[in-house]
Ligand binder design. Structure first.
Ligand code: FAD
Length: 390
């Protein structure tokens, strides 16, 4: 099969195997992390993607925030996110902690006015109920941790367990390790992929990790949720730690990188596959972030961007082997950077018919299908006896 494969453009990337055991469709952080895990477990793997790393993973701020991403009624997501957070140090270590700018500064959530504080207190009750480690801070204590915060800030919550990373560096490191082919899948089956240049690739297992585009390949209700971001640049350590804020009911965050970049985000828009950056989106982000952190106003704005979060109707990812025999690693919505290592470990386990390190029952690929109606007694009686295999 080797002669048939298209060469990747980047010569520093590994060569695709001649007869891959596993074909992963989609080279965002999820597909690449899954492929790398399977490869480390001894499988021959290839990732198909016409533009690896160009999807949501390119837009993401890189917050690894199980605590500040905890919401009422989403206990299964919280459990997954906490397991993901525990998996990150080893994952970052294997890629190079500095190479991916993995930092454990904690994260501050600040409330701008009294109504915003009431919103924060509501989530605080959840933190208390679940015994999650947070420190509730008064206004002055918030500014002691992050002096750039506006004096008007009413209070906040510091979470030492919420870390951050640069997702673009993570993707770059993974691309050095995992072979890719610059083609798109047009049809997928459990052991076969048809590509847009007319080839048919056979393997032992196909994994689909095509982010917001997964619903174009498979019958699964994943939709794109647009997020616009801004990248600023200033002196390193100007912003000491990631700050999230609620500003008059609107959410905004600023996440620093070690090189002085600060990622400001993000809008949440239902606009289909539209990735245009808009004046209104950028205006809202700048308005909110400069209200919260006025000292950022002098920084140079070096980039605006929009990406598409892959979202399922229940906000939970889709992980596991479906009734169609295909392995799914999709729908990671707002937390795909956080959950990449644990998704990789879980998908590798189910593909190798081992027990997953996390309970996947809430993330089953088939959970959106209507249950089949039970056969009526008359139909059941009319059916011939079936052979049952072990
Ligand atoms: C603005 C923004 C901010 C975010 N911030 C955070 C954050 O701070 N922390 C966090 O944890 N998460 C964050 N997220 C969410 C996170 O980015 C996503 O959950 C994650 O990147 C999803 O990764 P993925 O690999 O599934 O998808 P993607 O990164 O979108 O990758 C999917 C890939 O599939 C490829 N593809 C599509 N169709 C095909 C096909 N037919 N054949 C082959 N390849 C195909 C695409 O080219 C793409 O490269 C953010 C997202 C956005 C948009």
């Amino acid at each position: 099969m080797a002669e048939e494969l298209v060469r990747t453009e980047n010569p520093s990337r590994p060569e695709p195997p001649a007869n891959p055991d596993i074909v992963v469709v989609g080279g965002g952080i999820i597909g690449l992390a899954v492929a790398w895990q399977l490869q480390r477990d001894g499988a021959e793997v290839v990732v198909l993607d016409p533009a690896p790393g160009s999807g949501a993973s390119h837009a993401a701020a890189g917050m690894l925030a199980p605590i500040h991403e905890a919401y009422w009624g989403e206990d299964h997501i919280l459990t997954l996110n906490l397991a993901a957070s525990r998996a990150w140090p080893a994952f970052a270590d294997a890629l190079g902690t500095e190479a991916v700018d993995y930092r454990r500064d904690g994260m501050l959530m600040a409330a701008f006015d009294a109504d915003d504080k009431a919103l924060l207190d509501n989530t605080g009750d959840l933190h208390d109920q679940k015994g999650l480690p947070v420190e509730r801070l008064r206004s002055r204590e918030c500014r002691a941790r992050e002096p750039l915060l506006a004096p008007a800030v009413r209070g906040g919550v510091y979470s030492p367990l919420d870390h951050h990373v640069n997702p673009r560096l993570v993707v770059a490191e993974l691309l050095h390790r995992v072979p890719t082919l610059a083609v798109a899948a047009t049809e997928v089956a459990p052991r076969r992929v048809v590509t847009d240049d007319g080839r048919v690739l056979g393997c032992q297992q196909v994994v689909v990790a095509a982010g917001a585009w997964t619903g174009r390949l498979l019958e699964v209700p994943i939709r794109p949720i647009k997020g616009q971001i801004i990248r600023l640049i200033g002196p390193p350590e100007l912003l000491r730690l990631p700050v999230r804020g609620v500003v008059r009911g609107s959410s905004v965050y600023a996440v620093p990188r070690s090189n002085g970049e600060i990622v400001v985000g993000a809008t949440q828009e239902e606009q289909g596959f539209d990735t245009r950056v808009t004046a209104g989106g950028i205006h809202q982000l700048l308005w909110d972030v400069l209200t919260l952190l006025p000292g950022l106003s002098e920084l140079e704005m070096v980039e605006t961007w929009a990406g598409l979060r892959p979202g399922a109707p229940d906000n939970a990812p889709i992980i596991g082997i479906g009734n169609d025999g295909i392995a799914y690693a999709a729908g990671h919505y707002r937390n795909g950077i956080l959950t990449a290592p644990i998704t990789a470990a879980a998908v590798a386990a189910v593909v190798q018919r081992r027990e997953s390190p996390v309970d996947l029952s809430a993330f089953r690929p088939d959970r959106f299908r209507a249950p089949r109606a039970a056969p009526s007694p008359t139909t059941a009686a009319a059916e011939p006896p079936r052979q049952v295999s072990a």
